[in-house]
Design a protein around this ligand. Sequence first.
Ligand code: ADP
Ligand code: MG
Length: 242
Amino acid sequence: MSPGSDSAVLRRPEPIGRSEGQPLVRCRGLARTYGSGPTAVVAVHEANCEIPAGLQVALTGRSGSGKSTLLHLLAGLEQPTAGSIEWPGLHGNPAGRPAVVGMIFQGPSLLPALDVTENVALPLLLAGSSPADANQRAAESLHRLELDGLAAKLPQELSGGQAQRVAVARALASRPKLILADEPTGQLDHDAGRLVVSVMLAAAEELGAALVISTHDEDISARLSRRWTVSDGRLCTAKASR
Ligand code: ADP
Ligand code: MG
């Protein structure tokens, strides 16, 4: 580039409403307090972060440090009590828009009256897919997680680890741009945990999605490119994992 030239003037203006290049999520001074008065708990304290497409993050921190609350805020499932959160790259708050975020909850989350395939297909149906498409995508997602044999089972017939893997299949089936996984291997043995993380990493790469996994497992943290830590509700995003 010639001396004195300004790259900004060479750039075309962004069309209004275009989301490409924008972070999927942007948080400024984001906080969530539960309760009030002397018993109030500040679960997340003034978090600042941006999640661009393609980011891989291991979210670590002790139990009770605020990981789940932060993930729920990022998914739009919790209301902040202070600060701001925006989803420019997702065209606004993903809450109430099934299949935009692939959320894997820490606890049980399958609907008990639906079988495994129906559970995995549900967000797709709610997002407007035809039943045939939704069922096909559900079957593909279950296959990736080596769960074909469980397709017709009810959640009550599954072990905790199997249910956790079905929840991963459900999150990935919708091909989300943002995958938020809350201790997704907490009930899995080492090999099953490795498979789940490999499938999530491959899916994120394929979709150009961002992936945030909260975990206590050092092996998992080492497989993700960034590590964010939460300590007493305070988020630190400074560390590279490797
Ligand atoms: P982590 O996922 O790191 O274990 P959480 O986000 O679940 O941490 O919890 C952070 C803090 O917020 C904890 O002190 C927890 O007790 C509190 N907390 C979480 N959810 C609620 C809630 N719904 N009501 C009151 N306190 C809560
Ligand atoms: Mg948690």
